[in-house]
Design a protein around this ligand. Structure first.
Ligand code: FES
Ligand code: FES
Length: 208
């Protein structure tokens, strides 16, 4: 996997410049006009036609061993509830659409991307986040292995990598570097710290 792939196709953009007008400027102009049109339509909508605000529902969650009873809008993702309601910001929001793994937590012992599930669907569930791994001031063995093997650079993906690594080991999918790479492939590291991540998971799996 290349870590330095550009997001834009510069060659195409340059080729499509005509008379000082680039594809980017056309898209920006059209996008701007379209969003203005949508905004004025919404503003013009009579209040009675707007969808009603969702009611809240009571949801019980056990997060890192602590019981919480929360009144939640049923449309809120588990990720948003963890970060915004419970202030557990160790779980990261990368893509918010299930593509990067930064939001991985353990739900009833199984790894899950918390941006793709609604908190209200998990009444009574036990959730473990990165904040819940330390015991009596001691790092979890996989956290220590990440430090030992340089399994991180900027650290943004690291909580998700570690929670996913714990799940991967518990599932018995950490028998070889290839197996770890395959079963951890949903966790993207933009810094490309993969060699250290794989080594850390392999090491922790051996000691488990
Ligand atoms: S933030 Fe959930 S998978 Fe990217
Ligand atoms: S350490 Fe930076 S994204 Fe993985």
């Amino acid at each position: 996997m290349k870590n330095d792939e550009p997001f834009t196709d510069g060659a195409v953009e340059t080729e499509q410049r005509r008379g000082g007008l680039s594809r980017r400027s056309v898209l920006l102009t059209v996008g701007g006009v379209a969003s203005l049109a949508v905004a004025s339509e919404v503003a013009a909508q009579p209040i009675s036609d707007r969808p009603p605000a969702a009611s809240t529902g009571r949801v019980r969650l056990v997060v890192n061993g602590r019981q919480h009873e929360l009144d939640l809008d049923p449309r809120r993702s588990l990720l948003d509830v963890l970060r915004e309601t419970l202030d557990l910001t160790g779980t990261k929001k990368g893509c918010n659409q299930g593509a990067c793994g930064a939001c991985t937590v353990l739900l009833n012992g199984r790894r899950i991307v918390s941006c793709l599930t609604l908190a209200a669907m998990h009444d009574g569930a036990e959730i473990k986040t990165i904040e819940g791994l330390e015991t009596n001031g001691e790092l979890h063995p996989l956290q220590s292995a990440f430090v030992e093997h340089d399994g991180l650079q900027c650290g943004f993906c690291t909580p998700g990598q570690i929670m996913s690594g714990i799940g991967c080991i518990a599932e018995g999918h950490a028998g070889s570097p290839d197996e770890i790479r395959f079963w951890m492939s949903g966790n993207i590291c933009r810094c490309g710290a993969y060699p250290g991540i794989v080594a850390a998971v392999a090491d922790a799996a051996k000691r488990a």
